[in-house]
Design a binder for this molecule. Sequence first.
Ligand code: PLP
Length: 481
Amino acid sequence: MDTDASYHMTPEEFRRRGQEVVDWIADYWQRLESLPVLSRVAPGEVRAALPATPPDHGESFEAMMADVERVILPGITHWQSPSFFAYFPCNGSGPAVLGELLSAGLGVQGMLWGTSPACTELETHVLDWMVGMLGLPDHFLSTSSGGGAIQDSASSAALCALIAARERATSDGANRTGCDGRLVAYASTQAHSSIEKAVGMAGIGRDNLRLVEVDERFAMRPEALEAAIAADRAAGRVPCFVTATIGTTSSNALDPLRPIGEVCARAGIWLHVDGAMAGTAALCPEHRAIQDGLELASSYCFNPHKWMFTSFDCDCFWVADRGALIRALSILPEYLRNQATESGAVIDYRDWQVPLGRRFRALKLWFVIRHYGVEGLRHHVRRHVAAARELAGWIRADERFELVVEPPLNLVCFRLRGGDEANQALLDRLNASGELFLTHTRLGGRLVLRMSVGGTWTERRHVVQAWEQIRAEAAALERER
Ligand code: PLP
């Protein structure tokens, strides 16, 4: 046996292969428009094309990349396609991908300040930058009572916020005992499913999530929230957490933060604001009204990986008072003790999240901000909002269609005048074409098509093409019926 053998890819080979992969990605982005947006493979097809057992001996890089083309690519739904209008976007961009690559190359695990000071300090710095970029309240700054951390997702941010809220509600002597089964959380009927999941995971119990009714624009009714809190208090329960959403998933509804925040302040309840997708709009001063009242929130999150051209995963999460969060999530086993932590002079971000280990995500966000500049980011956000509003105008002007709600930003909800069946048929035809990808929701009990305009590469012309196709498929459908 040759004990000196090495099977590693040498740095020289990595250099060569890395350049090939970067070329492949650049070519991929250039050919995105020629690929069917929604993957067409059948269940099991990808696995059937893979060998049943792993190789005993290493294979060539050419063989791997050939399989990426042959097996993987057909099984990809092209989230980066400019005609991907489904769900909410999940963006990437050149600087973000290069930041990811650098993060992987450095191979840092940033659980403690001491495990890579730059990982922690860049994150703190970029999140402080973002407070200014978005016009967020000053108490979210690390130099104030609060601060921010990057989470993998808005779901994790909601869970951390809820755990901190639970900590706050149960940490005084009166509540520490006897809260079991009595804690209650609130969100509108339109809140994202991650809130219900967090309530379940945090042990509050899904039955103790009150779904507050919404108005005709699908925004939470603050008076209904206040009534629900009062009813729970009267029944001896302990209201501890409210989530308000700016930009709900179904329709981009904007919960009115100020009156909701005032209800929470009066009741002494933690308010978490979920701005997962729409939060990016606050880069533009003309859209900042969406977060009016955010200074009343105890925590806030938005996802640069949705609309701010930063590759998945990247959620920015801020708290107004870091004490409750850290009390709830901090743990210090002997093997992690170190002088920097004990000095109290540093942030250890493992205390701000569920897992111990963490990726160096701030690099990609830093690259994005530095590449585009704030003005560059605003430029693209404005173009997306303008295209969505134009689309809404075309829908309004076509009597075959109904605009279901006025789009506050970049999500357009519409339907064919007719039943759910016709709308489902239209959606199926559009998605089968491969030319674009839309998804649906239900609003007021009716099936509604959603068109979310926010992809990195999505320009006005793609929205024009999509609308032409929607009209053509609607006409074909009408002819067939
Ligand atoms: N909140 C809202 C309003 C969302 O639309 C989404 C996802 O689309 C989420 C939370 C969950 O996001 P994540 O995938 O980052 O957990």
